[in-house]
Structure formats: structure tokens, C-alpha cells
Design a protein around this ligand. Structure first.
Ligand code: HEC
Length: 714
């Protein structure tokens, strides 16, 4: 036999083998198990919150690239007229795109056409009717395992759905809806289990925990508390006993906090689960743990056995935290080469402003450097693994300006990591707040469920860390140095996506959706959505076409209000929420949004403001600002009460507050408020309306000036 024939024969054998196995693999791909979810190489789907179990948000698709991204067009879109804040990451499985929207409504749409396949409404408004007074209408995502979708609701339920039909399979209450807790996070499915925690550290005395349930039955598999309870009740496990040694005083009366509301990563390679834990309840350690102490496992990455929930190791980013520096941010798995050594790393950029590289085989810190100004700590000591605090940062004797502020240098807005550029892309925030415990009796201070509190006063900072409030930063985790940065004019921009086309995508608070060169940070493409973006984009490839998809619907904690968010003009229900999908082949024109809208405060001449009542109303408003906005400046998550006609009339105001007329649309019932208290709220709202009229006039004149400038520049 001559050589050529032999080679052909061998080639044929190899070819049929490859063909056979690739077909088999395709069949297997339909089973979304851990091997499938961990597969970095597949390009058709977006299977987990951060695309794969590694949570990198890097897609190995290069059809859309630096060379052609300028031609990106809308391929299809879906209007979501009843939604408000949209912050979630959609999933794409087998040609179907699944996502969660306002009030936890879950939808399945055809990922190629945008056509709605099914919708599931967990009826959160009905469950919450008569029940709770704090919370958030947002949700960051869902999780997929085998043939099921798992979603967690605002009121604390975990629900399993048949992915094909959208029918409910099982539902469990992860906490009583009577508690001042909520869920905004995506559950995490792995290894036949699905994990969820909760938020609410600031809403009362809480002790954080996570629970894992069996994906098939919904039965509880295990539970892990983040902080120890009262030692007199006995400890649940050795880890709690160890953690209790780092607490002082009667911390359990305050709950301790540590709520795990985001940041769950499953390491398929090592079969380990990592949990990012929350800050203390209350924030001020002087109250929570008056004799000092690290307060484990607050502000940590805790590694657990995924099958049993048993503690394996932890790394605490902010020992004895006192500044809301939780570690609930993304936990990304990456393989790095540092000083010639291969390291299976965790990348983590929590609120406290340091970028951490942790060896996930040992739990030991590899390196940590500040990616923003950090006025609370000078550096991380690599021998102890602990931050070196700056004197005065604990604001015990006198107020102290802390940067990063409590929004963090980076919050839940997703960071992405490209193994191709070796860079992490961080939606970064630059802010500071002056902390003070003046006037707070740390001995008697106690938070009350639903009224909540943080045990510290916050004031305007002595100075701001930068001239600009936010930036997109590309960070090299190996050298721990900034590779490039793009300054941004507004706070609260959305999470990032990076692709093999050497691109980084990010949506901004001002409504611009932008593609950057991943190596240089150069802006390559900008699309104006006409509404603030708070959700991260995803990408997937079907029938040879690469799609980039993003939810457009200003939302999240900052969007609730205050002047900063209010001045963007994304007023409640004035702009259409959308799911928008792009491709290079797209031909669709996106209908224009109306311009930013500023609600006009109503100032009736015949309303005589009673100063005393207004002051009382100002205190009562503490139960409202989470949704209606600080200082009555709505950020768009609820109506701006200064311009509400409902508030002008005691009977209509009572119908909303006492009778719960709008509970199903996310406005809780406040049955306990007396007529006099409601009147006090009326006076507070009228007084503020009058006082903020000049702000309204300024916003309108600025907008008109911008409009004129836009007209003349065309
Ligand atoms: C959990 C979020 C949340 C909280 C807390 C909240 N609200 Fe609301 N509120 C809403 C939403 C959302 C709406 C809009 C419902 C709709 O679409 O009709 C609303 C509507 C209203 C309206 C009707 C406005 C109008 O013009 O239609 C009034 C009045 C109101 N809220 C007052 C209050 C007061 C007073 C408090 C505190 C005691 C409060 N709300 C607390 C979310 C909230």
C-alpha cells in the first residue's frame, strides 16, 4: 500500500471518529449538566449567570470584532411596557432566551426572532399584599440546570420551572415573607443542587445564610450561616464555633449580617462552591461587636463543600468591617501565570476598592492592589493577608471621609475577564462619604425589623476622590496594574461583556451602549437606547450569526433616587423598557424614546404648610425613600411624589397607603399609618415640592439648552 492511500485511510478513520464524537457531543450538549455549563469553548449558548461556571462573561466568538463592530445593527427587539427596573442577565439555551424582569416575571423568547414563547408570573404583588414595607423590585437573573429554570422572588420564594413549558414544578419559601428580607439575586445551580441567599442587612437585625435545595425535588439539602448566632443556643458547626471567637459583645442581638445576596461561583474543576458574603448588621462595628474582632465570615469569600455545605476555607477582604464593604461581588475563576507559576485563581473586586487574586486551591491570597483611591487602608499586607488600616478610618473619635463610599468601588454590576487579553473589565465607581458616629449611642443603638438602620451617620465627604464619578477600567490581574481606563460622567453604569472579537461591551446610565477595543479601550461603536442601561449584555451564536443582547431598563439600588439619579430624567414609566438584540446582519430600526422627563412639583397656592407636621412627615418618609427616592427626588423606580395628584387628597392618599390600592404594582400597603401621619406626609411632600421647584426649573432649562445644542450641531 502506498503512503498516500494509507494517509487517506487513516484520515478517513480519524474523520469518522471525530464526526461520530462531535455528533454525540451535540446530543450530549442538550443536557445542561455541570460539564456543559463549565465548557468555555461552546459559542451557541449563555448557560450560567456569568456565561459558564467560571463566571468570566467572555465569549469565544469573533464574528463581531474590532474590525466590523461599527456595523452592528438592531436585529430584533421586544418591548416590555409593564416593566420598570431591568438589571438581569438573560440565559440562552438551545435557541431560547430566558430572562427575568420587574416583579420577577420570567419570559422565554425565541433567541433568533424575539418571539415570546411563554411567560411565568410568580405574582409577587399578591404574596406581598399586606405584608412588607421594604424591598426592591429588581432581579439579577435565573439559573438553568438539566431541563429546568430556577428563579428566586423578591418575597423569598425559590421556584423551579419546566424550561420548555414555563410550568411550575416546585416552589419553596426560603424565608418567611413576614421577615424584612428580600431576594434580588440569581440562584446558582450546580451538581444537582440550587443555592440561594438573601439581602436585607440594613432592614433589621439579620443573620445571613445560604441554602441549597435539590434541583429535582426542592428539598433542602443543606444550609450555611454566614455569621455565628448566640453561643448559648449552641453552634451549628465547627466553622461557626471558630467564627464566634472573632466576635465580641452580644452581636447576635443585632443579627450580625453578612447576607449573601450575590456572588456565587461553582468551581466544576475542583468541585468547590465559593460564596461572597455581605457586610455587618449594623455597619458600625462599635455597635455590633464593641470589643473589636474580625467578625467572620463577614465580607469574605467562603469556600464550601457543594454536596454538604461544609466549610473548607475563607478569605476575608475587610476584617471587622464598618463601612458597608461587603464582598458580594463577582467571583471569577481564571488560570493565571504569575512569576512562572500556574495559578488557579479567583479574581474578586469587592466594594472596598482592592483587586484580589486568590489561589483557589489553597484559599491563600496571591496579590491585592487598590484599583481606586482607598482612604480606609493603605495596602494589603501579603504576609498576613490583611489590610493595613489608616488611622481614624473607623470614625470612632471624629468623622472621617471614606473612599470608596458605600456604593463601593465596584458593586454587583458584572466584571468580565478575557483570557485573550488577560484583562478584567471593571465597571468602577468613584465616590466618598463622611462617616460619623456623633450623636449615636453605640451602647443602646438597636435596629428594628422593617425600620432598619445602619448605626452610623453619613454626610457629604470633605473631598471627592476624582473629578468624575465612574469609569470603565481594564485591570491586569497578573501585574495588578491598570491597563486602560475610560472616564464616565454619570454614576451607576452597567456590567460588562468581553469577546474573542477583542471587544468589551458596556451600557451606561445615560442610555449609551458602547463597544470598546478590549486591548486599548478605544470606543468603536455607540448606540443610544434613549433610556438608562443597568443590565449587562450577553452574546450567543445561532445558525452562524452572532447576537449581542441586552435588557434596557434603568434600575438597581442607585436608581431609586436622590438628585444624582433623578437628574438623568428616567422618570417612572415614561420610557419603554426593552430587550434589544444586535447583529451585523440586523436591519431593524428601534423606535425612538421620548426625551428625558422631569416631573413638575405641584405647588398649590391654597395649601398652608404646617412646619411641625412636615417635620414628622419627613421622618415617616424613611419608610418610603427606598423606592420613591432620597429627598423626594425619584430616580424612576416609583412615581415622584412631589408631582403626584394622589398625595393632594387625604382620601386618595389613604386608599394607596391604608387600603393598598397599588400593591400588585409594587406599592406596599401601610395599614398602620394614622390619618394624622398621612397628613404629616402630605405636608412634608408639599414643603419639599415648594423647596425643590428651583431644581426642577434648572433641570428643564439645562435640558432645553442641550436640545438646542443638539439641533445646532446637526
Ligand atoms: C417597595 C417600594 C415602595 C415603597 C417602600 C413605597 N412605595 Fe409608594 N409606590 C411604589 C410604586 C412602584 C408605585 C407605583 C405603583 C403604580 O404603578 O401605580 C408607588 C405609588 C405610590 C403612590 C401613588 C402615586 C401616584 O401618583 O400614582 C403614592 C402616593 C405612594 N406610592 C406613596 C408612598 C409612601 C408615602 C410611601 C412610604 C410610606 C411609599 N409610597 C413607599 C413603590 C413603593
Amino acid at each position: 500500500m502506498n503512503y498516500t492511500i494509507k494517509i487517506i485511510q487513516i484520515s478517513l478513520i480519524i474523520f469518522s471518529f471525530v464526526f461520530f464524537f462531535s455528533c454525540k457531543r451535540n446530543e450530549e450538549e442538550k443536557i445542561i449538566n455541570d460539564v456543559a455549563i463549565a465548557d468555555e469553548t461552546q459559542s451557541s449558548d449563555w448557560l450560567a449567570y456569568g456565561r459558564t461556571h467560571n463566571e468570566r462573561r467572555f465569549a469565544p466568538i469573533e464574528d463581531i470584532s474590532v474590525d466590523n463592530v461599527a456595523n452592528l445593527k438592531v436585529d430584533w427587539f421586544l418591548d416590555l411596557p409593564n416593566d420598570v427596573g431591568l438589571v438581569s442577565t438573560p440565559l440562552v439555551v438551545d435557541g431560547v432566551l430566558y430572562f427575568t424582569g420587574t416583579m420577577n416575571i420570567i419570559r422565554a423568547v425565541n433567541a433568533v426572532s424575539g418571539e415570546l414563547i411563554w411567560e411565568f408570573d410568580p405574582e409577587v404583588g399578591k404574596v406581598l399584599k399586606n405584608k412588607r414595607q421594604v424591598g426592591w423590585i429588581h432581579n439579577r437573573g435565573i439559573t438553568f440546570y438539566k431541563d429546568k429554570i430556577f428563579a428566586a422572588t423578591w418575597d423569598g420564594r425559590l421556584i423551579s420551572l419546566n424550561a420548555q413549558s414555563g410550568e411550575k414544578i416546585w416552589e419553596v419559601e426560603t424565608f418567611s415573607p413576614e421577615r424584612a428580607l428580600y431576594i434580588t439575586g440569581a440562584p446558582k445551580a450546580f451538581n444537582g443542587k440550587v443555592l440561594i441567599g438573601n439581602g436585607g442587612t440594613e432592614n433589621g437585625p439579620t443573620r445571613g445564610w445560604v441554602t441549597a435545595y435539590d434541583t429535582e425535588t426542592g428539598e433542602e439539602a443543606w444550609k450555611f450561616y454566614v455569621v455565628p448566632g448566640n453561643p448559648a443556643d449552641g453552634f451549628e458547626n465547627k466553622a461557626m464555633e471558630m467564627a464566634a471567637k472573632t466576635w465580641t459583645g452580644e452581636w447576635w442581638k443585632h443579627g450580625g449580617g453578612g447576607n449573601a445576596w450575590h456572588g456565587f461561583t461553582y468551581d466544576e474543576e475542583l468541585d468547590v462552591l465559593y460564596i461572597g458574603t455581605g457586610n455587618g448588621s449594623p455597619w458600625n462595628r462599635e455597635i455590633r461587636s464593641p470589643g473589636g474582632g474580625d467578625n467572620l465570615f463577614l465580607c469574605s469569600i467562603v469556600a464550601l463543600n457543594p454536596n454538604t455545605g461544609e466549610y473548607l476555607w475563607h478569605y476575608q477582604t475587610t476584617p471587622g468591617e464598618s463601612w458597608d464593604f461587603n464582598s458580594n461581588m463577582d467571583i471569577i475563576l481564571a488560570d493565571l501565570k504569575i512569576n512562572g507559576k500556574n495559578i488557579k485563581a479567583i479574581l474578586h473586586a469587592p466594594k472596598n476598592g482592592f483587586f484580589y487574586v486568590i489561589n483557589r486551591e489553597t484559599g491563600k491570597l496571591v496579590s491585592a492592589e487598590p484599583f481606586v483611591e482607598t482612604s480606609w487602608a493603605s495596602h494589603i499586607d501579603l504576609t498576613t493577608g490583611k489590610p493595613v488600616e489608616i488611622e481614624g478610618a473607623r470614625y470612632i473619635d471624629k468623622p472621617y471621609t471614606i473612599t470608596p463610599g458605600p456604593w463601593g468601588a465596584h458593586s454587583w454590576q458584572s466584571m468580565s475577564y478575557s483570557p485573550q487579553t488577560g484583562l478584567a473589565y471593571i465597571p468602577t465607581l468613584h465616590s466618598a462619604v463622611k462617616f460619623s458616629q456623633n450623636g449615636i449611642d453605640t451602647k443602646s443603638w438597636q435596629s428594628i425589623e422593617f425600620i432598619g438602620g445602619i448605626g452610623v451617620n453619613m454626610m457629604a465627604p470633605d473631598s471627592s476622590p476624582r473629578q468624575y464619578p465612574a469609569s470603565l477600567q481594564a485591570w491586569n490581574p497578573v501585574t495588578q496594574k491598570l491597563a486602560w481606563t475610560v472616564k464616565q460622567d454619570n454614576f451607576w453604569n452597567a456590567g460588562t461583556l468581553t469577546t474573542a472579537g477583542n471587544l468589551v461591551f458596556q451600557g451606561r446610565a445615560d442610555g449609551k451602549f458602547i463597544a470598546y477595543n478590549a486591548t486599548s479601550g478605544e470606543t468603536l461603536w455607540t448606540f443610544d437606547m434613549g433610556l438608562g442601561i443597568s443590565a449587562p449584555p450577553i452574546t450567543y451564536k445561532i445558525n452562524g450569526r452572532q447576537y449581542v443582547s441586552i435588557l434596557v431598563g434603568w434600575g438597581g439600588g442607585y436608581a431609586r433616587g436622590g438628585l444624582g439619579a433623578h437628574q438623568l430624567g428616567w422618570s417612572y414609566k415614561k420610557h419603554t423598557r426593552r430587550l434589544v438584540t444586535f447583529s451585523l446582519e440586523g436591519t431593524v430600526e428601534l423606535p425612538k424614546q421620548s426625551p428625558p422627563f422631569f416631573p413638575k412639583p405641584i405647588v398649590p397656592e391654597d395649601f398652608i404648610i404646617d412646619e411641625e407636621l412636615a417635620a414628622q412627615g419627613g421622618i415617616l418618609y424613611g419608610a418610603c425613600f427606598n423606592c420613591h427616592g432620597g429627598g423626594l427626588f425619584s430616580g424612576g423606580m416609583a412615581p415622584d411624589l412631589r408631582s403626584s395628584a394622589v398625595v393632594l387628597n387625604l382620601q386618595s392618599f389613604k386608599a394607596v397607603l391604608n387600603d393598598g390600592a397599588f400593591t400588585e404594582r409594587g406599592m406596599p400597603k401601610f395599614a398602620e399609618l394614622s390619618d394624622l401621619q398621612i397628613e404629616a406626609l402630605m405636608h412634608f411632600i408639599r414643603k419639599t415640592a415648594l423647596e425643590t421647584m428651583p431644581v426642577y426649573e434648572k433641570l428643564i432649562s439645562n435640558m432645553n439648552a442641550n436640545y438646542d445644542a443638539a439641533k445646532t450641531s446637526h
